[in-house]
Design a protein around this ligand. Structure first.
Ligand code: DOR
Ligand code: ZN
Length: 344
């Protein structure tokens, strides 16, 4: 059987939730990935170092201790973030940056930023202290077509922001468009992007052709094939600017299978296998390790993991639902995947 040995991967964009959902979802990530950058869009949002440290305790209680999982945090940037919080974040090793959610862009983003100018002083402090800005790159203007929101954000907000703060470290999270890829490629090395498994594997037909498939709905939404091709080329190019961030975002089944379903694909249980599938199909399996286990750690100035994991070329079926009390439907439920993580 074909096997692929990789340095243990990290997930540089992950939603772990809180309470019962945290307990149910977190082990899927913790047993697969060495580290994760955990997103702060809880209710209420994780806006301070103190709140992140308390959240870390809850996460560590929710994961099997023998997994050796280390969570890192992105704090929720608001127009009311205290300048002193930037300095505290810079001094706290488990905090890797601040997340910019344009208000209203996605799940629990209402506390986000309405006017980018309002946070300019904070961005200046981040630039100065080397604190990373993780960006949800979509405009929220209702007049802008949802499929264009990333491209318009780049043009209207991100290009001017990069000009104004040339040394600010920026991660364009879950990049989904050719425009996003080009922005990152044309920027200096301190600008990078994460790429999800679903945006590498699917175009918008997966969401809409032949019936509406709520488990394929996430934000930014899946785009046209030409954008997927651009993401694939970027991920498999060997450029250190593009690295793994699953954006795994569990919601209870009734919240997804709903007349107004929530955005978010629960991919933690199959993400690594999906990346392997996509890289193999592109003839780039030899580039998977840097993408999944190298470039993200390098970007954040952390050592690469020392442990190894093994992927087996052995087909398996993704379960219809996962977990206990709260029904969670993973992406690709009931489908067969060609790669499987050994001992998962
Ligand atoms: O699809 C998404 N789900 N996109 C986001 O930006 C947030 C996430 C969530 O928290 O559910
Ligand atoms: Zn996310």
């Amino acid at each position: 059987m074909k096997t692929l040995t990789l340095t243990r991967p990290d997930d540089w964009h992950l939603h772990l939730r809180d309470g019962a959902l945290l307990a149910q979802a977190a082990p899927f990530s913790a047993c697969r990935f060495g580290r994760a950058l955990v997103m702060p869009n809880l209710k209420p949002p994780v806006t301070t170092v103190a709140a992140a440290l308390a959240y870390r305790d809850r996460i560590l209680k929710a994961v099997p201790p023998d997994c050796g999982f280390t969570p890192y945090f992105s704090l929720y940037l608001t127009e009311n973030t205290a300048p002193a919080e930037i300095a505290r974040a810079a001094a706290e090793p488990c905090v890797l940056g601040f997340k910019l959610y344009p208000a209203g862009a996605t799940t629990h983003s209402d506390a986000g930023v309405r006017r980018l100018e309002a946070v300019y002083p904070l961005l200046e402090a981040m630039e100065e202290l080397g604190v990373v800005l993780q960006v949800h790159g979509e405009v929220t203007d209702p007049d802008i077509d949802i499929f264009d929101r990333e491209a318009v954000f780049i043009e209207r907000e991100l290009v001017p922001l990069r000009r104004r703060f040339p040394d600010l470290k920026i991660v364009l999270e879950h990049v989904t468009t050719a425009e996003g890829v080009a922005f990152v490629q044309q920027s200096p090395p301190q600008v990078a992007a994460t790429i999800t498994p679903q945006h590498l594997r699917y175009n918008r037909n997966a969401l809409l052709a032949g019936g509406i498939r709520p488990h394929y709905y996430c934000l930014p939404v899946l785009k046209r094939e030409k954008h997927r091709q651009a993401l694939l080329a970027a991920a498999t190019s060997g450029s250190p600017k593009f690295f793994l961030g699953t954006d795994s975002a569990p919601h209870p089944r009734p919240a997804k299978e709903n007349a107004c379903g929530c955005a978010g694909c629960f991919t933690a249980p199959l993400a690594l296998e999906m990346y392997a599938e996509v890289f193999e199909h592109a003839g780039a399996l030899d580039r998977l390790e840097d993408f999944a286990s190298g470039f993200g750690a390098d970007f954040y100035g952390l050592p690469r993991n020392r442990e190894k994991v093994r992927l087996l070329r052995k087909s398996w079926e993704v379960p219809q639902t996962l977990g206990g009390e709260i029904p969670l439907v993973p992406l690709r439920a009931g489908e067969t995947l060609p790669w499987r993580l050994h001992d998962a």
